[in-house]
Design a protein. Sequence first.
Length: 159
Amino acid sequence: MQAVGEGPVADVPRIVVLEDDPLLAKLLSQILSRAGFEVEVFETSDSLERRRKKSGAAVHLLLTERKLPGGASGSEVAREWQEREPGFPVVLIDRRQRGVSGRPDSDPDPGLPLLRPPFERGEIVRRIRELLGSSPSATPPAQGASSEAPSPEGPTLPH
């Protein structure tokens, strides 16, 4: 995993993981790194916001826990990033138990891909690659900044 502030590896999509559970964050980081992605992990929305303000490094996808303790929730962060850059790829993780019927509770974040543990490595990587293949932008613009026109080809993915 690359430390915040270090330069990115050329042509490698960068995924930001916002997850407060250190074991799950480590598992996700390992899965994504082994699949060829550059990964940065943050435990809180506040630490992610500080990174966004300091670093101009491109982010290609946000993978976030839906519910986070303190600060903004992952859902709120996802909506904020998509307000700044419509269509920015986001995947939500929801570790909550399924409803009494065995089906997931109603989806409060319609339109955003949702993953629930147990995770299968191939499913996570496949969903992310699908989203990145249709991504209109490489990084959400800084708050109040105008965004440049997105690349029509989207980011290049390793094979």
